[in-house]
Design a protein around this ligand. Structure first.
Ligand code: ZN
Ligand code: MN
Length: 498
């Protein structure tokens, strides 16, 4: 008997607009001053009328185009009725049967190096307004619940995937790729702590029995997962739970209603929430206060013109242009657009993509993380690092010396002042790191070192190749800027091949 895990994800993303989707209130995250970003429209006062935010619509279309969706030439708004204290109108304005986009896909990498890619279908992406937030008393006395409507009316893009994902790891990978794409497109900040990206997971199992029969377990929707790690853990738990439940009860899909569960991160388990409403429970109907939207070819063209290079395309280009491995291309691109731009500038300046990648993904990334800086705040700008690495390529300094300069540049700069390339010259001069190619100077030092180390010389002549290492080390110590390769060649020549 084998089982297949079937996962579909619904992602809600807050769009990066200045104002809300149907009124002019600020949509900035502001939990500290409740109910200040409100007006009659988002408070749901009688007689107020919504007007669509054009910018929200354009950002939504931009995202849908990047997800390869078809854009509907005609789309409308619907009311989704339900009662909840954080929903002042008693309905949410959403899109029901005519969403503005459908039928797209997102390609994700699966497996490790060379593992290939898989297309995950997108059923639809639609626009809707966010609800407010209920703030419950956490002292335990439990009488005081409050409602903050700052968030009510914030534009949300809901992206619904096909049930194409087959493991918790694939689900996580899909979310990472989606988040990366959204940040490249600059349509959302995707800040999960602030709730800008939230995820619901639909999970069930297909159990292939030994007699050839296949049964499907009832679908469970896990609500409001607020980190990728929790998505992974919640699905892992649910897979086990559903299998055990099926062994115990034999209940199949269709025999029980779809269930909604929440993820209890502290206890590491999903817990039942409520029976899931059917669409008919929401009494959807077209919102009579909003005009439908028609999308012209001109509008589509103008939005398409704002699309950037997508992360997946950029990885491919980095592999081709700079000779990066799958892994390196992924690390460079997945750190975000500004980081990938930084890499490209360094690579262009020093003319060695692989060298640039090593430095940017190891040295720069390590120091960034240690100092808690973004690439935009990193004091060694791409132009300066490019200049430094160019000196390696031109054999002016060794890689080891370049590393010393790099750390010295950072050490000199606790105040995050930008550093200029002139500092590099200064440090190289002060520390005597200029690569010594003058063999005359080296010859003297080598003769001295050979004279002082008869044991190592004898060892080398007796066939111990490793003995030469100690001699190189001593020469390098005396002439800091010496090129180790040159020193080795000269030493071996002097000692004669063993
Ligand atoms: Zn408002
Ligand atoms: Mn929704």
């Amino acid at each position: 008997m084998t089982t297949t895990t079937i996962i579909g994800l619904e992602v809600h993303v807050q769009l990066l607009t200045n104002s809300k989707i149907f009124c002019g209130c600020s949509s900035a995250f502001n939990p500290h001053q409740p109910n200040v970003q409100t007006c009659p429209v988002c408070l749901g006062l009688p007689g107020s009328l919504p007007v669509m935010n054009r910018r929200a619509f354009e950002l939504a279309v931009k995202t849908a185009l990047a997800l390869n969706c078809d854009i509907a030439p005609f789309t409308k708004w619907d009311r989704k009725q339900y009662y909840y204290p954080d929903l002042p109108k008693g309905y949410q304005i959403s899109q029901y049967d005519l969403p503005f986009s459908d039928d797209g896909a997102l390609e994700i990498e699966v497996g490790g190096e060379g593992g290939g890619t898989r297309k995950i279908g997108i059923i639809r992406a639609h626009l809707e307004e966010d609800a407010g937030k209920n703030v419950h008393d956490e002292t335990g006395r439990g009488t005081d619940s409050q409602v903050d409507l700052n968030r009510a009316g914030t534009p949300l893009l809901e992206i619904v995937s096909q049930p194409d994902l087959r493991s918790p790891q694939e689900a996580k990978r899909y979310l990472e790729e989606l988040k990366l794409l959204l940040t490249y497109l600059n349509v959302s900040d995707c800040n999960m702590q602030e709730g800008s990206l939230r995820c619901d997971a639909n999970v069930n199992l297909h159990i292939h029995q030994d007699d050839g029969h296949k049964v499907a377990t009832p679908i469970v929707e896990i609500k409001n997962l607020n980190s990728f790690r929790n998505v992974e853990l919640a699905i892992e738990f649910e897979v086990k739970r559903q299998y055990e439940e099926w062994e115990k009860t034999g209940k199949k899909m269709g025999e029980v209603a779809k269930e909604t569960r929440g993820w209890d991160a502290a206890r590491g388990k999903t817990v039942p929430q409520r029976g899931k409403e059917e669409a008919s429970d929401y009494r959807y109907f077209p919102d009579p206060d909003l005009v439908p939207v028609t999308v012209s070819a001109e509008l589509l063209d103008s939005i398409r013109a704002t699309l950037c290079e997508f992360p997946a395309d950029r990885r491919e280009r980095f592999k081709g242009t700079y000779g990066l491995s799958d892994y390196d291309a992924r690390v460079t691109v997945d750190q975000g657009q500004a980081f990938a731009d930084y890499f490209e500038e360094v690579a262009g300046l020093c003319g060695d993509g692989k060298q640039a990648c090593n430095w940017v993904t190891q040295d720069v990334l390590r120091e960034m993380n240690e100092r808690n800086l973004s690439i935009g705040e990193f004091p060694i700008r791409a132009a300066v690092l490019g200049n430094l690495l160019e000196r390696i390529a031109k054999k002016q300094i060794t890689i080891k010396s370049a590393r010393e300069v790099f750390l010295e540049l950072l050490a000199e700069n606790p105040s995050r002042r930008p550093i200029s390339s002139a500092h590099i010259d200064q440090i190289i001069a002060e520390k005597g790191l200029a690569l010594v190619t003058d063999t005359g100077e080296l010859e003297g030092v080598i003769a001295e070192v050979v004279g002082k180390n008869p044991k190592a010389v004898a060892d080398f002549k007796a066939g111990k190749q490793a003995a030469v290492g100690a001699l190189i080390g001593q020469v390098m110590k005396a002439v800091k800027g010496a090129d180790p390769q040159t020193v080795r060649t000269m030493l071996v020549e002097k000692l004669g091949n063993p």
